[in-house]
Ligand binder design. Structure first.
Ligand code: ATP
Ligand code: MG
Length: 332
């Protein structure tokens, strides 16, 4: 396999969705692959970020990766804006990507909401920058949650069009890696919406920094229906909120959904929620303690990001040079 690239936005506190859908999988990949993991701060500013909060969230996302077991020696961990090639290639790819392609992106429609004309242009071209993030390193594989599948398909289309337009096989076509048992963790308030760190409702998500009391409160308040816990996968069918909680339980305990259904089926949700709280606390507490340790030593996090940015730039610079040459830019 070639080179792995993935990222997380410092747009809020890391959620259980980010952990189960992305970061936990990175830890599994790091021993056998060359991996680049990025705190994508330039993506975060596509919606308003308070500058001080952005600085803190950037360190916190890095701390979350490190505390989850992503090793900064085996991998490259850095923040996107520290390598200027992302912006440079992003612009070039803005000129390759097509309006019609971007118009099909469902994430823009969801994030822009009703008043699209008030959304930033950055939010609209976000997928082009995401393609640049990956292609700047000639990334071949991208471990992400299910929600990023459409953006990955666009990145492939952009890479292919670039190669065709210039008649050179500059970029590999990156492949999504969507795996694990929780590729789409849903909101605790609405089983049809994905859990997101930028959701205005704090009670829609479990954050990796939540303490035991907060986790207990959020799980207790999580929406369910009046029926007992479903006893089979089929019985979860039209009960998205119930299925989501059971999926989270399965992912955290490394079990199949059907095993969780067999064990808890028929019980009340009040009992099941207590078991889920205990499990979530036991898995997240060691990670959040370790995150706190990194947050107490921001200089250490900054040094890791700086080292990562230098190593990332060493890979990116010759790729960018090649791209500029192919496009026809003079490089004095
Ligand atoms: P935002 O709301 O700002 O978009 P987010 O929670 O969606 O934040 P991102 O930084 O956009 O997080 O995504 C980081 C990674 O986490 C991506 O690989 C994404 O697919 C994955 N991810 C995000 N939310 C979920 C989820 N609910 N379930 C599984 N994976 C998720
Ligand atoms: Mg997102």
């Amino acid at each position: 396999m070639g080179r792995i690239f993935s990222g997380v936005q410092p747009s809020g506190n890391l959620t259980l969705g980010n952990y189960l859908g992305a970061i936990r999988n990175w830890v599994k990949l790091q021993n056998d692959h060359e991996c680049i993991f990025c705190v994508v701060d330039m993506h975060a500013i596509t919606v308003w970020q308070d500058p001080e909060a952005l600085r803190r969230a950037t360190r916190e996302v890095a701390a979350g990766m490190l505390a989850s077991g992503v090793d900064p020696k085996k991998n490259i961990i850095f923040n996107q804006s520290a390598v200027s090639g992302h912006a440079e290639l992003g612009w070039i790819l803005n000129c390759v990507s097509r309006l019609g392609w971007l118009n099909r992106m469902t994430q823009f429609k969801e994030k822009a909401g009703k008043h699209k004309e008030n959304a930033s242009v950055g939010l609209y071209v976000y997928p082009n920058l995401m393609a640049a993030d990956i292609l700047l390193y000639k990334g071949t594989h991208v471990p992400v949650g299910d929600d990023q599948k459409q953006h990955l398909e666009l990145a492939r289309d952009i890479a292919q069009k670039f190669n065709n337009d210039f008649g050179r096989e500059v970029f590999p076509l990156p492949e999504p890696m969507i795996f694990g048992s929780a590729t789409r963790v849903m909101s605790l308030r609405d089983g049809t919406k994905k859990m997101s760190k930028s959701d205005p409702s704090e009670y829609s998500r479990i954050s990796m920094t939540d303490d035991a009391d907060m986790i207990a409160k959020k799980v207790r308040k999580a929406k369910t229906d009046p029926h007992p816990v479903p006893d089979s996968v089929e019985a979860c069918g039209d009960r998205p909120e119930a299925k989501n909680l059971m999926n989270i339980f399965a992912a955290l305990s490394d079990q199949e959904l059907k095993e969780v259904c067999a064990e808890y089926g028929g019980q009340s949700f009040a009992d099941f929620k207590r078991a889920l709280t205990d499990l979530a606390v036991s898995k997240l507490a060691p990670i959040s303690e370790e995150m706190q340790r990194y947050m107490d030593d921001p200089a250490q996090v900054d040094a890791i990001l700086k080292d990562g940015a230098e190593r990332a730039n060493a890979i990116a610079a010759p790729v960018l040079k090649e791209v500029k040459e192919v496009v026809g830019f003079l490089q004095p």
